[in-house]
Structure formats: C-alpha cells, structure tokens
Design a protein around this ligand. Structure first.
Ligand code: ADP
Ligand code: MG
Length: 386
C-alpha cells in the first residue's frame, strides 16, 4: 500500500538542473522539504534545495544518504542511470521507475515502446552493426541519423542525404548504436504533458505548439494555433496510452510531429518522450492552475491529480546564453528591466553561473487575455532581448 506523503515530508530528486530547480520551487511552495542529488556543487536545483548531496549518480554513499533523507524520489534528468533509480526503489517509492526511464534513454527502445502502445512514429531502422548499416532500406533516405543514447537539443544527430553520407555519419558518431529516421516534412511540432498517478489516473495539460531553432526549443505557444481540437485530443489519447503501456507514474512529455496524411488532412507521428517535466511545459507555471512541477510533486507524494486548466493564453521564449553576448561578442546582461515593463511577462532565470551560446539560461513566459496580445508582447520582448 502506498501512503500519501503530506507537506512536511522530504521529496528527493535525482539531478540538479533547471527542471530540478523548478520542481524544488513547487515542492517548497507546498510545504515539502527537498533533497537534490547532483555532482555539481553549483547546480541550479542544489542552490535552492534544503539539502544538496553533491555526489555522482552511482555513488553508493550518496544514494544511501538520499534514501535516508527523502521519503520519495523522482528524477529531473533522463540520463540518470536507471540502476541508480532501481537501487533507490529498494528503499523508497521512486517515480518514475528506473525501467520506464531506461526506455526513454534509448531511442530504439523508445520507438519500440511507441509501437507496442499502438502509436506510430517515423519509419526507422536500428543501426548497431556494419551489416545493419549496409542493409538499410532506401526509403529511409534522406534521413537523420541519431545516436540511440545521450542526444539532446539536436546534439548527436546528423542529417544524411544518401548511403555515402550515412556511412560517413555513422563513422563520425563513433559507430555507436544509432537509429536512422526518415526525414519527414513537418507541418508543425507539438508536445503534450500527462501526469499519471500510482492508481492509474491520468490528467493532461493543454497541447502546446513548439518551434525549434537549430534543434533547440525556441518558442512554445498555447493554445496551439495550428492544432485542431481533434488532433489535440488524439495527441492526449496517445500520450496517455504510452504512459499506461509502461505503468508509468509521474509526469511524462511526448513530442509529436504533425505531417500531411496524404489525404488532405494532418497526421500525428510520435518523435520522442521525456520521463519528467519538459521545457515545452514551462508555461504551465504561469498560465495553468497547476504547473507540471506541482503535478510531479502530486504524483510522487500520492496526492490527488486534478485536471489542470489553462487560465491564460501563453507564449514561452527560451532564453539561451546567446542573449548574454552583444553583436561584437562582448558579454552583457540582457535588458530585463525593459522586458519586465511589458504586461504579463514572467521571467525565470535558472541561476547558472556562466552563459554559453546554446545553453538554456532561463525562459520568459508571456500571458495575456488573448493569443494576439500574447504574440504582440512576445515579439516586442524578443526585439528588446535580441
Ligand atoms: P532532441 O533529443 O535533440 O530533442 P529530436 O529527435 O527531438 O532530438 O530532434 C530535434 C529536432 O530535429 C526535432 O524537434 C525536429 O525539429 C527535428 N527532427 C528530428 N527528427 C526529425 C525527422 N525524422 N524529420 C524531420 N525533422 C526532424
Ligand atoms: Mg526533441
């Protein structure tokens, strides 16, 4: 029997990045104590947590300390070793489970799981051996070769036009296990976040539309302007099926491509999933009556899940390290005072000590009474920052 952990209990999180930081903020707002395990002494979440255990993810003493102090444990980072989560689960409730996180860590396992859940994904082939490379079907080209593990923000991916480029790309990626995906003509990209409790109850957040630049999420808009209610309902249904198929407990984000269905309509293709809150769900902090991080707290604490409601249209702009450099490459502080003079702007900075190009430093959510006003403010904010 799983017991409910009421405020006052300690919630532990593996990983100390920005997602952990926002989880800590949500947990503390509800009266929980928090413990973060992350090797970095200056990790964004470690800096704001009641307790920070600064060890490696597989450090036995570190894991033992986390299990001693935390009444339940979650993760904010999908590359936490699944074995660390499995070891913790011997002592404390862990959500999501190590097995579910392991599926999300491997693009081949992830795609197989989509299939098992009855959810289509892009045509693909697993490439682990020279034989598999040689026998790839022609119709997967032009494609994108992606490392099966450890890719993020477009890293570990090479676009390949033909077989020669594919062979060179596999070499370039170090001949590690990869998947080759057919390159699809995307009409747009969307994602959906679901939260599933230990009792199997699922709630979802509104479907969000995402714009990526250079493989990195740049802008999220809700309500999704290019997504019909029927398509949104299908995305929600599929994300729920993917979660249920693995008995998932926690917050799960599923990214979808929207493509032409060949019959004048649109079709959904699952891209990837994350076993945690997601960058595309940050708007929920300011625009929903329950954030994705509060949902994570509720799932792991065994609290009731209540369907979240969007109370304002919202646009989220990711704030990458590039904004900390002027045209001449000199470091500067972005014009926050000017941006914060705009109505409905919510600034979130992650407390990272140094800015690098492409590094996620924070995000800005703009809420407004209607989508047109949110868009106008977002354009103005982008001008002021750029
Ligand atoms: P990451 O883990 O880096 O987010 P993704 O697989 O989500 O990796 O790819 C990043 C982005 O690259 C996607 O959001 C999409 O814009 C583009 N992309 C990835 N796969 C495909 C594909 N098969 N066809 C077209 N575009 C793709
Ligand atoms: Mg992605």
């Amino acid at each position: 029997m799983r017991t409910t952990l009421l405020p006052g209990a300690t919630l532990g999180v593996m990983g100390g990045g920005q997602l952990g930081r926002m989880f800590v903020h949500a947990a503390q707002a509800m009266g929980y104590r928090t413990a973060v395990l992350d090797p970095d002494a200056a990790s964004p979440a470690g800096l704001v947590s009641h307790q920070h255990i600064a060890t490696g993810y597989l450090d036995e003493a570190g894991l033992a300390t986390l299990a001693d102090v935390a009444d339940a444990i979650t993760t904010e980072f999908e590359n936490v070793p699944a074995d660390a989560l499995r070891a913790l689960a011997a002592r404390r409730p862990v959500a999501p489970a190590g097995d579910a996180v392991a599926v999300c860590q491997d693009r081949a396992a992830e795609k197989a799981h989509f299939g098992a859940s009855g959810v289509p994904c892009a045509p693909y082939a697993v490439i682990e051996t020279p034989e598999q490379l040689a026998t790839v079907a022609d119709d997967l080209l032009p494609g994108i070769l992606k490392t099966a593990r450890l890719g993020y923000d477009g890293k570990g991916q090479v676009r390949v036009a033909d077989r020669a480029a594919l062979a060179a790309a596999w070499q370039e990626l170090g001949r590690v296990a990869c998947v080759l995906e057919k390159r699809l003509a995307l009409r747009l990209e969307l994602s959906v976040i679901v939260a599933r409790g230990a009792d199997g109850q699922v709630v979802h957040f509104p479907v969000q539309q995402n714009l990526h630049r250079d493989g990195i999420l740049a802008v999220t808009e809700v309500p999704a302007p290019g997504v019909s209610p029927a398509l949104a309902a299908q995305a929600v249904q599929r994300a729920g099926a993917i979660a249920a198929e693995m008995g998932y407990v926690g917050v799960l984000c599923v990214e979808f491509f929207v493509v032409d269905d060949g019959a004048g309509g649109l079709a959904l293709v699952a891209n990837e999933m994350a076993p945690r809150p997601h960058n595309s769900g940050h708007y929920t902090i300011d625009a929903c009556d329950c954030s994705q991080f509060e949902a994570q707290v509720r799932c792991m604490a065994g609290l009731p899940l209540v369907a979240p409601r969007l109370h304002s249209p919202a646009i989220m702009l990711n704030l990458l390290g590039d904004l900390w450099f002027d045209a001449a490459g000199t470091e500067r502080e972005p014009a926050w005072d000017a941006v914060l003079a705009l109505p409905g702007t919510h600034l979130h900075l992650y407390g990272k000590t140094s800015a690098r190009r492409g590094r996620k430093m924070g995000h800005l959510t703009i809420t407004a009474a209607d989508a047109a006003a949110a868009r106008a403010t977002a354009e103005r904010a982008a001008q002021l920052l750029g």
